[in-house]
Design a protein around this ligand. Structure first.
Ligand SMILES: [Zn+2]
Length: 250
């Protein structure tokens, strides 16, 4: 095979691997955003339970304050009732005392209701806090793992980039230019194998005369349909295949 074409095939292989790794690296922020989104939705749910619990506690405190006020009022009214000059006045004070007492009962009932409601809320908050702590730890570990993996991928990518530069350095500039131009317009694939008389990428049947010329390997040739650089691998000899098997069996 022509050295230029051989280098182009190598470049094609390197570029394929680079594309896979770049895709992997690009997927990382999305993956991290997904696991963090799940975490923050759980945090929001906990926040809702927490604020319901705190509203419950605030309301209980307010009712306790009301009870205290009503009790103070009652003891004052009792003193005033004792000093009442007429039965009518006395009854009026008594009515006010009854009213305040009723208010206290109502507040006490409401406090009991709130306490009953706060029990499952409190349990939910405690359970969610514990679960979130575990989840956060897991997310951090997963993020660390993913970042480590990507760091490894970046290193491999760097060495592939170096191999790419080295390969390009061995090629004639015209072939490199053609390679890059075709790669841009043909979905990142600039090289195709001529296999069984067809272009492996666009599947067009190659003219017999064209095939003959390609097999002679005197110049870089391009598919007449998809314009990719074509290469042809001569069938392996039995001896060569035996050698390959011996290598892969090791
Ligand atoms: Zn083609």
């Amino acid at each position: 095979m022509l050295p230029d074409l051989e280098a182009a095939v190598r470049l094609h292989d390197i570029d394929g691997r680079i594309a896979v790794l770049q895709k992997e690296i690009a997927a990382l922020p999305k993956h991290i955003a997904e696991i963090e989104k799940k975490l923050s939705s759980h945090e929001r749910r906990l926040e809702i339970d927490r604020s319901a619990l705190s509203a419950n506690q605030k309301e209980r405190k307010r009712l306790e304050g009301e009870i205290q006020l009503a009790e103070g009022k009652i003891s004052k009214l009792r003193g005033q009732a004792l000093e009442a000059k007429t039965n009518e006045h006395y009854r009026a004070f008594q009515n006010e005392i009854d009213y305040a007492t009723k208010e206290i009962r109502g507040a006490e009932d409401r406090i009991l209701e709130l306490m009953t409601a706060s029990e499952p809320l409190d349990a939910n908050v405690k359970a969610a806090e514990a679960a979130l702590k575990d989840e956060r730890k897991q997310v951090d570990a997963e993020k660390g793992e993913a970042e480590k993996r990507v760091a490894g991928t970046r290193k491999t990518l760097d060495s592939l980039m170096a191999a790419r530069r080295e390969t390009i350095a061995t090629m004639s500039p015209a072939v490199v230019t053609a390679y890059e131009r075709i790669r841009k317009t043909r979905a990142g694939i600039a090289v195709s194998e001529a296999l069984d008389g067809r272009c492996r990428q666009c599947h067009i049947t190659l003219r017999p005369q064209f095939m003959q010329e390609l097999k002679r390997g005197e110049k870089v040739m391009f598919c007449e349909s998809c314009s990719r650089m074509l290469y042809w691998n001569p069938p392996k000899s039995v001896e060569a295949l035996a050698g390959m098997n011996a290598v892969s069996a090791k």
